[in-house]
Design a protein around this ligand. Sequence first.
Ligand SMILES: [Cu+2]
Length: 158
Amino acid sequence: MKAWALAFGFTTLLPALASAECAGVTVGDLTVSKAWSRATVGTRRPAVFYVEIRNNGRADDRLIGIETPVADMPMLHRTVIRDGVAAMPHAEAVDVPAGGMAALAPGGYHGMLMELTAPLSEGESFPVTLTFERAGAVEIDAQVLSIRAQEAQCDAAS
Ligand SMILES: [Cu+2]
């Protein structure tokens, strides 16, 4: 499994070009956009995954999982401050309210890509499949930005 994931990871780590979907991917009532991550040094520490999700429908939905070929153990986390100390417990799901939006963003909910199969290099992109309770699976390409990036870089692409 790991060898397969490694090989697949290499084939999907292509230059970003215009493929990273700043403008968004729409499936059913949901539009997923501005998917990005930060470059990593090696594979020992997890990478982050951030994205915006808009719910154009009349029913609430929930993000219940993420998958990507670049990590063997992707998880949803939430950064919380308890007694002045930041912790990031596992999040079972992220609510995407009807007519509203949810974001995985620095300081809040985020994807944590554990057990990377390859380092993430700035300028590349990689696919992430988000699984929603109602809408099902939505695949989007995440841009790998610099190690210090704080938000998606979408001006040129949109
Ligand atoms: Cu985390």
